[in-house]
Design a protein around this ligand. Structure first.
Ligand code: DOR
Ligand code: ZN
Length: 345
């Protein structure tokens, strides 16, 4: 008898699905294991209004292969011109589950993001009133701030002032990469949570840079030093309900990654559950995986946990394909650099 692990079906609280051919190619990789996902709005042009989210949701559902079940949880992209009434209507009707804040210039397709945080204050106040969470890409973009410090500085200069000014706003710090972010989440009692990606539990900055540059490990926020990776592993495996899975699985084709100016993003949709089981087992915390992947996220978003379950079996080591072929070109699947002994049955 092989060892098995049965969990409520997991959800992904931060996912990039893109559009058109890429959407078609990557969606089954997520829908195979995950029931729902918070869908990032950083398309070109971005998903700004309720109508944009509705149309995008329809395109996602149309791209879902027959026989697969998946619920996209839509978001709007916050701009300095966001219309609070349109946002409120999209949230009240149930169309969107959150709004995403990108500081302008922080990452892929963030040019329409926010430059002056005071300008979006009225929208944030409205969101607090109606209980719409803000998902935050927490990095400052100031040229004088070192890229490895951008998250910690964002907490002090931007996030904490926003939380003081709009204390009822519910906030998800997305894809945290530092001990500072994990500590900040723990120091706040209500209305604040954080997602953690699969890849930030596995790689540190040496993995990107030592022995030759590894473009497939480059993402934003960039992986930090080892002590921060260990802090993230401790947070994810602690059972603390303020931490939950958001893979930030972000497909870019190989030519766009393997370039003199390569794109940021790790594609982890395909093997995330195998990697997480390995990480949690190595931390002696397999019993905490269900909370992280399947229970804490729905609790924060006031949604029921999924009724269905998935079962992982132990064996292997299991190999995943190196690449997902798409009509736009190959997308390299994240290589965790370790043997994987669990897979979804
Ligand atoms: O690595 C990343 N890729 N970080 C982001 O914030 C955006 C994402 C993307 O859209 O490719
Ligand atoms: Zn992202």
């Amino acid at each position: 008898m092989s060892e098995t692990l049965t969990l409520r079906r997991p959800d992904d609280w931060h996912l990039h699905l893109r559009d058109k051919d890429m959407l078609k190619a990557v969606l089954p990789e997520t829908a195979r294991h995950f029931a729902r996902a918070i869908i990032m709005p950083n398309l070109v042009p971005p998903v700004v209004r309720g109508d944009d989210a509705l149309a995008y949701r329809d395109r996602i559902l149309a791209a879902l292969p027959d026989g697969m079940k998946f619920t996209p949880l839509m978001t709007l992209y916050l701009t300095e011109d966001t219309d609070p009434d349109d946002l409120a209507e999209a949230h009240t009707s149930g169309l969107i589950k959150a709004v995403k804040l990108y500081p302008a210039g922080a990452t892929t397709n963030s040019a329409s993001g926010v430059r002056d945080f005071d300008k979006v204050r009225p929208v944030l106040e409205r969101m607090a009133e109606i209980g719409c969470p803000l998902c935050v890409h927490g990095e400052v973009v100031d040229a004088d701030i070192d890229i490895f410090d951008r998250e910690a500085v964002f907490i002090d200069r931007v996030l904490d002032p926003i939380r003081q000014a709009v204390p009822k706003l519910r906030v998800v710090m997305e894809h945290i990469t530092t001990q500072n972010a994990a500590d900040y989440v723990r120091s706040n009692q209500t209305g604040l949570a954080a997602t953690i990606t699969t890849h930030h539990l596995v790689i540190n900055r040496n993995d990107i840079l030592v022995g030759g540059i590894k473009p497939h490990y480059y993402c934003l926020p960039v992986a930090k030093r080892e002590e921060h990776r260990l802090a993230l592993r401790a947070a994810a495996t602690s059972g603390d309900a303020r931490f939950f899975l958001g893979t930030d699985s972000a497909p870019h084709t190989d030519p766009n990654k393997l370039s003199a100016c390569g794109c940021a993003g790790c594609f982890t949709a395909t093997n995330t559950m195998s990697i997480l089981a390995e990480v949690f087992e190595n931390e002696g915390a397999l019993d905490k995986l269900e909370g992280f992947a399947s229970l804490h996220g729905p609790a924060f978003y006031n949604l029921p946990a999924n009724d269905e379950s998935i079962t992982l079996t132990k064996g292997g080591p299991f190999r995943y394909p190196e690449k997902l072929e798409t009509p736009e070109g190959p997308v390299t699947i994240f290589d965790p650099g370790m043997d994987l002994h669990w897979r979804v049955a």
